[in-house]
Design a protein around this ligand. Sequence first.
Ligand code: 4NP
Length: 160
Amino acid sequence: MKNQPYRILCVCLGNICRSPTAEVVLRHYIKENHLNIVVDSAGTSDYHIGDLPDRRSQKHAKKRGYDLSVLRGRQLSPYDFIKFDLILAMDESNLAAIQAVYNTLNDLDRQQAKAKINMMADQAIADPYYGNEQDFESVLDQCEQASQVWIDFFKHERIG
Ligand code: 4NP
């Protein structure tokens, strides 16, 4: 029987700009490297549940060959700490919000919650929502750089 995949959840505030971008970019690198890892994304807020990714994120991603159009916004749930192995925050404020959701888990749930929480990249990936075209390009640049770093880590640790 095939091994269970390693599961990663990318998290930002709205789940329409940064985390959908991170999801699709990281998935691309994982596929290229033939790793048994699945990727999803979520937002800490309920602002954009069911929404398409921001059209600017879709446009800039498409220029690099990434398709965000099948994704829909969803909110981080306490169950995600049980379902996923690794939760990646785009910035420090996301990290704090993720921790706050973890803190709502009871003792029984915490025994099952296996997710490690980390930052997607060394430097925070800035929210481009009120930004310009270059800010959306920077999100893609950072997601591509960070994905390569994670791939190197997964290979080194024999994950996936
Ligand atoms: P994201 O960007 O967290 O990268 O998806 C944002 C999208 C929407 C909002 C904020 C950030 N908003 O306030 O609606």
